[in-house]
Design a binder for this molecule. Structure first.
Ligand code: HEM
Length: 229
């Protein structure tokens, strides 16, 4: 899949899913209009995020993953940041209007902006989320790196998400990296057979294997988008 197409898929994923079902209260596009004096909250965030993106394009992968991890566990409530958020977007909106904009909304707006900047589609984000006050490690129910497709479907279904939602959201894996430690068993010792996973394309397994040697002491990374491997 082309990067643009993958991003478009992701943008559509966020439009159709937008994790709306997990959030509290009536969300609306432009919730902060008129709530921050004359300041335009979304424009403030866009300014900070644009500068950050051009300093470090890996911001897109970091934010996408952050939003998924925030929203999947207990809805988009910023519980992933319960120890406090000290990034520049938060500082900028707090300077404009203290205590008005939730961290959960900041994550959602900033992710939307950075997806757009990286060549993906643009989608409207509803705002008006309140931040949660609870963050408990044992409640974290994120799908693990070794789960099968049926297990992933079940994990998404538990959160009210369909297979189509899941496929669209997984378009996020068109950016970013994965550590070799997550795939090394499939490359060299699938289910303790001493051989690669037979369901893998041998050509791909070879390329990944050269980047992820069996006894490496350093945990290298590979591109999630196999087109760039
Ligand atoms: C079945 C569901 C999923 C599983 C099992 C999964 C697993 C993983 C794993 C193992 C990595 C590599 C992490 C590392 O090596 O440090 C990763 C990276 C990533 N995931 Fe997922 N993921 C899932 C769904 C999603 C969804 C729904 C999104 C966003 C909408 C997402 C966004 C990302 C991004 C952007 C990265 C790259 C992070 C970076 O390079 O900084 N993932 N994921």
């Amino acid at each position: 899949m082309k990067v643009e197409a993958a991003f478009l898929t992701l943008a559509l994923g966020f439009i159709s899913v937008n994790f709306g079902g997990f959030c509290y209260g009536a969300l609306q596009v432009g919730f902060y209009r008129g709530k921050c004096g004359f300041a335009d909250v979304e424009a403030i965030v866009a300014g900070v995020i644009t500068a950050q993106f051009f300093r470090d394009p890996s911001t897109v992968a970091a934010l996408l993953r952050l939003q998924f991890h925030d929203c999947f566990v207990n809805g988009c409530d910023a519980s992933i940041l319960v120890d406090g958020i000290s990034n520049q977007a938060k500082i900028a909106v707090e300077n404009a209007c203290p205590g008005v904009v939730s961290c959960a909304d900041l994550i959602a707006i900033a992710t939307r902006d950075v997806v757009f900047l990286s060549g993906g589609g643009r989608y409207d984000v509803q705002t008006g989320r309140r931040d949660g006050l609870v963050s408990v490690a044992k409640n974290v129910s994120l799908p693990g790196p070794a789960i099968s497709v049926p297990e992933a479907i079940a994990a998404f279904s538990d959160k009210g998400l369909t297979v189509t939602d899941m496929v669209l959201l997984l378009g996020a894996h068109s950016v970013g990296f994965a550590h070799c430690s997550f795939i090394r068993d499939r490359l060299f010792n699938f289910e303790n057979t001493g051989r690669p996973d037979p369901s893998m394309d041998p050509f791909l397994a070879n390329i990944l294997g050269s980047r992820c040697p069996p006894f490496a002491t350093v945990d290298n990374t590979v591109n999630l988008d196999q087109k760039f491997i």
